[in-house]
Design a protein around this ligand. Structure first.
Ligand code: 4AD
Ligand code: MG
Length: 464
């Protein structure tokens, strides 16, 4: 059979759906991922973006030219391969391909071979070649899970009556604190800043539309070199009129449960490639034996809810028992080891609420029972993945908000429009933000957020 007739008469399929073609001769379009040879047998592995499959090429079973072409082919050359699909229970995908023909679309030169080999490379080398590293099965699997997390996150709001409203990316002022802003020139001596959060703007759209969300890139010029910080990341933020802190925690719980459910429905195979322990994810969505410590206000599967004070007591006890190296000072934010300890006490995400207002954002509503605390919540992912969600009820009093803006030395002029929201029909309202990359790191079980986004932007990397 000549190359052309083979391609013309066989269906072109993807590796993900190859099981539907058992016994048939099909064509795959992909890349040579790996090749082993054993005398008169070649075992090329192909990838096509949907998965990988091993081919078998006995010298005696194919035209000489096909054998020699494959034998000389460099990794990551692009190919169209034709062969018969055979079930094989030992194969990771459950199938193998008895190769009949190969058409080389673009051959990689042997003089300049693909730089990423199957041996271990250092992470700096891999990040320097991120544009190619993305092709590895593990990195591709992470990006597929990321896409589902983003889709499920938007889907949760789309199907629960939220309207997506897109805040600006170029803004005249800060949302989360002025030290973290990327500044740029904006015509005629003006300055603009890349947004850190769409929140202030979607408070306006929430008072127009009721339930809204935004979903887009956000930027933080944080000089933090940690495994949780990017300078550019994607955030999804709901904002709801007439919502208070308890309702906000219910919303966060339903939202996270939906995302994890979708990932488990759709990505068992990818999670296996990534090496994620799925039992830990199943525990997150499992119905709780008791419906949470706070009775009726804890819905669905009872993510634990702890006040800052309760969390502090837990840390104090742990320190006394020698389970923590350093004591937590009451009134301070939690450090990374503190968050890890708190989250490791539960198999579901923990909601820590009512932090001291002193180190939280200017817009947070004080707790009426203790105004030194803010009606806010951080959701800490299990297994030490840290904060994935931050949110709060917003100050709804004009006078108090104005006072806080002044106390934080923020320019009143720039916040005039934001204060208007408290002047014209103010209502209690609340919202949160979830960083997609933090969620991907937790759900995929990754050590570092740099692998959660196609091209990570960090303090020391902006290439490729
Ligand atoms: O806790 P943050 O700073 O909250 C806000 O921005 C609020 N305005 C959101 C709101 O209430 N609408 O950030 C929210 C989330 C964090 O919980 C974390 O998941 C993520 O954004 N995040 C980062 N992710 C990666 N790199 C960084 N540097 C991040 N900073 C925050
Ligand atoms: Mg936060």
């Amino acid at each position: 059979m000549s190359e052309n007739t083979a391609a013309a008469t066989t269906p072109t399929v993807t590796i993900a759906t190859i099981g539907q073609h058992e016994g048939q001769v099909i064509t795959l379009r992909g890349w040579l991922y790996n090749i082993r040879s054993s005398g008169k047998l070649l075992f090329p592995t192909f990838r096509d973006g949907t998965g990988t499959i091993q081919g078998i090429v006995p010298k005696a079973a194919v035209p000489e030219e096909v054998f020699e072409t494959l034998k000389a082919l460099q990794l990551e050359s692009s190919v169209a391969v034709t062969g018969q699909v055979r079930a094989d229970s030992r194969a990771p995908s459950g199938y193998e391909l008895d190769v009949q023909n190969v058409e080389v679309i673009s051959a990689v030169s042997a003089d300049d071979p693909y730089p990423i080999t199957l041996k271990e490379h250092g992470v700096d080398f891999l990040m320097e070649h991120r544009h190619l590293w993305l092709r590895s099965p593990r990195q591709s699997a992470i990006l597929r899970v990321r896409a589902t997390i983003m889709r499920a996150a938007a889907e949760y709001f789309d199907t629960n009556g939220f309207i997506r409203t897109d805040p600006p990316i170029l803004t005249p002022n800060a949302c989360e604190g002025t030290s973290e802003l990327f500044e740029m020139d904006y015509f005629d001596d003006d300055k603009a800043y890349l947004t850190q959060s769409g929140q202030l703007y979607i408070e306006a759209t929430a008072l127009a539309l009721g339930k809204v969300y935004s979903f887009g890139p956000t930027f933080r010029a944080e000089k933090s070199k940690t495994r949780r910080h990017l300078t550019e990341f994607w955030m999804i933020e709901p904002e709801v009129a007439h919502l208070e802190l308890d309702g906000l925690m219910d919303l966060a719980e339903g939202f996270i449960t939906h995302i994890v459910t979708r990932v488990l429905e759709q990505h068992r195979a990818d999670l296996k490639v990534i090496g994620r322990d799925v039992e830990k994810l199943e525990a997150v969505i499992a119905p709780a034996a008791t419906n949470g410590a706070e009775g009726a206000s804890a819905p669905r599967n009872g993510f634990p809810r702890l006040s800052y004070d309760q969390a502090h007591d837990m840390l104090e006890k742990a320190f006394a028992e020698g389970k923590l190296e350093n004591p937590h000072k009451y009134g301070d934010d939690f450090g990374s080891p503190d968050e890890t300890y708190i989250s490791s006490q539960f198999d579901k995400p923990v909601m820590v609420h009512r932090y001291p207002a002193a180190f939280k954002a200017f817009y947070m509503q004080p707790d009426p029972h203790d105004p030194t605390k803010a009606l806010c919540v951080d959701v800490l992912a299990p297994q030490g993945y840290g904060e994935i969600i931050g949110g709060s009820q917003r100050i709804d009093s004009y006078d108090l908000l104005k006072q806080r803006i002044e106390e934080h030395h923020l320019p009143l002029d720039a916040f005039k429009w934001y204060l208007d929201l408290r002047k014209y029909g103010s209502v209690p309202h609340a919202g949160f933000g979830m960083g997609i990359e933090r969620a991907v790191a937790w759900i995929c079980g990754l050590d570092h957020v740099r692998e959660t986004i196609p091209f990570a932007r960090t303090l020391n990397r902006i290439y490729p």
